[in-house]
Design a protein around this ligand. Structure first.
Ligand SMILES: *Cc1c(COP(=O)(O)O)cnc(C)c1O
Length: 428
C-alpha cells in the first residue's frame, strides 16, 4: 500500500505544527509509523490522500456513531450555516439540545454546553469544588478526562497520597490535590478517603473505561462508588464523554442503573463538531454563573452549527432499534476477531461494551491500568500495521477503544475478521 503523499504531507506539517499533528495520538508514534492524512470519509469508510480506502473503527475517536456524512446531519449543518455561524447570544437550538440530553441521561436535570470534553470535565470539577468547599479530587489511573492541569495526573506506585504530574508544565502544587485510585478497586478508594477525611470534593470516573483500551466496570464497582459518595458527601461525576449515547442512549448510567450527581458529555453530542457538556442535579447546576457564583464561560459555547449537528445526531439515535442493531454488529466483529486470534494460536483478551471494543494483547484478564499495561504493545503494533495494510483503520495504540457505527455492514465485518485472521497468523 502506497503512503507517499501522506508521508510528504506529514513532513510539511511537521515544519508548521508541533509533531505535525494537532493532538498527539494522531502521530502514530506508539506503532512506529507515519500517520495517514485523510481526504474524506463516508459511512463506515475513510479515504486517505494516496487513494487508499479503509474500514474505519476510529470514528473520529467516538463521535461518528451514525457513520460519516449522514445526510440528516449534513442538511442540518448546511441549513444553520446559511443563517449565521455564531452570534454569541442565546438561540432556541441550545434549549432543544439541552432538553434532548435531559430526557436521555438519568442524572441530568440541567446542562451547560461547552466546546470540548476537556472543558466539560474541568468545569464540572470546579463546580464540585465550589459546591463542597473542598479541594481534593479522586480519579483512577488509566482513566483520561482531557488535558486540564488537575487531570493530567496518575498515581505513583502504591497507594499515592500525593499526585505526581504526568506532564512538564503542571505545577506539583496543583497535582497534589489529585488523588489516584485503581479502577475496579473500591478498597483503593476507601483507603484514600480514610486518610483525607472531609477533604474530597468529587470522584471522577469513566464508568466504562475507554482510554486504556476498553475496560468494563466489575459488578458492584459503580454501585460501591455511589454508596461511598453518598455517605461521605462527595460528588460523584461520571465522565461519559466517550460512553454517553454510545453504550446506550442514556449512557453507562442507564446501562448499569447507577446515577451519579454530575455527568460530563462530548464526542457524540456534537455529531463530529466540537461540543462538550456537563450537567447534573438542579441544586448543583444552579451554583453555576450567572445563576450562582462558580464562574464558567465560552465565546463559542452552544455554537449553532454544533447544536444542529448534535440535535440531528440524537434524533437518529432515538429511532427504535438503533442500539439493538449496533449491539449485534459490534458483537459480531469483536467475537470474530477474538475467534480469529484463538484459531491462529494467539489468544487475546477481548472486551466489549455496546459498540466499544478492544483486543488486548494479553493472555490474562484486563481490569485496571496495571493489568492493561502488561499487554504486548510490540505485537499490537505489528497487528495494527498488518490491519492497516489489509484496509482496516484501527486506533494506533493498544490503549484505545475501537468504535462500531451504524453504517458498518456485514461485508465490512467479514472483511475485518478475515484481515484479523491473517494478521494473527503472521504474529503467532
Ligand atoms: C475524549 C475524552 C475526553 C476529552 O474530550 P476532548 O473533546 O478531547 O477534550 C474526556 N473524557 C473522556 C472519557 C474522553 O474519552
Amino acid at each position: 500500500m502506497n503512503h507517499e503523499r501522506s508521508s510528504l504531507l506529514f513532513q510539511q506539517a511537521k515544519a508548521a505544527i508541533p509533531g505535525g499533528v494537532n493532538s498527539p495520538v494522531r502521530a502514530f508514534k506508539s506503532v512506529g509509523a507515519d500517520p495517514l492524512f485523510i481526504k474524506k470519509a463516508s459511512g463506515s469508510h475513510i479515504y486517505d490522500e494516496d487513494g487508499n480506502t479503509f474500514i474505519d473503527y476510529v470514528g473520529s475517536w467516538g463521535p461518528m456513531i451514525v457513520g460519516h456524512c449522514h445526510p440528516d446531519i449534513i442538511i442540518a449543518v448546511q441549513d444553520t450555516m446559511t443563517s449565521g455561524a455564531s452570534f454569541g447570544a442565546p438561540t432556541e437550538r441550545e434549549t432543544v439540545l439541552a432538553n434532548l440530553v435531559i430526557d436521555a441521561v438519568p442524572s441530568i436535570e440541567m446542562v451547560r454546553m461547552v466546546s470540548s470534553g476537556t472543558e466539560a470535565t474541568m468545569s464540572a470539577i470546579r463546580l464540585a469544588r465550589g459546591c463542597t468547599g473542598r479541594d481534593k479530587i479522586i480519579k483512577f489511573s488509566g482513566c483520561y478526562h482531557g488535558h486540564s492541569d488537575s487531570l493530567l495526573v496518575k498515581a505513583g506506585s502504591g497507594a499515592a497520597t500525593f499526585g505526581v504530574p504526568d506532564s512538564p508544565g503542571v505545577p506539583a502544587d496543583f497535582a497534589k490535590h489529585t488523588l489516584t485510585a485503581e479502577f475496579n478497586s473500591l478498597e483503593s478508594v476507601s483507603a484514600l478517603i480514610s486518610t483525607n477525611k472531609d477533604a474530597i470534593a468529587c470522584i471522577i470516573v469513566e464508568p466504562v473505561a475507554g482510554n486504556m483500551g476498553t475496560v468494563p466496570p466489575r459488578e458492584g464497582f459503580l454501585e460501591g462508588l455511589r454508596d461511598i459518595c453518598t455517605n461521605e458527601g462527595i460528588i460523584l461525576i461520571f465522565d461519559e464523554v466517550m460512553s454517553g449515547f454510545r453504550v446506550s442512549y442514556g449512557g453507562a448510567q442507564e446501562l448499569y442503573g447507577v446515577t451519579p450527581d454530575m455527568t460530563t458529555l462530548g464526542k457524540i453530542i456534537g455529531g463530529g463538531l466540537p461540543v462538550g457538556a456537563f450537567g447534573g442535579k438542579r441544586e448543583i447546576m444552579e451554583k453555576l454563573s450567572p445563576s450562582g457564583g462558580v464562574y464558567q464561560a465560552g465565546t463559542l459555547s452552544g455554537n449553532p452549527l454544533a447544536m444542529s449537528a448534535g440535535i440531528a445526531t440524537l434524533n437518529i439515535l432515538k429511532q427504535p432499534g438503533f442500539y439493538k442493531t449496533l449491539e449485534e454488529k459490534s458483537r459480531a466483529v469483536a467475537e470474530g476477531i477474538a475467534n480469529a486470534a484463538k484459531k491462529a494460536g494467539y489468544p487475546i483478551y477481548s472486551t466489549r461494551v455496546g459498540s466499544m471494543f478492544c483486543a488486548f494483547f494479553s493472555k490474562s484478564e484486563v481490569y485496571d491500568w496495571p493489568s492493561a499495561s502488561q499487554c504486548d504493545t510490540k505485537a499490537f503494533a505489528s497487528y495494527f500495521l498488518g490491519m492497516l495494510d489489509e484496509g482496516v483503520y484501527l486506533a494506533p495504540s493498544q490503549f484505545e477503544t475501537a468504535f462500531v457505527s451504524a453504517t458498518h455492514t456485514s461485508i465490512d465485518i467479514d472483511k475485518t475478521i478475515e484481515a484479523a485472521a491473517k494478521c494473527f497468523k503472521m504474529i503467532a
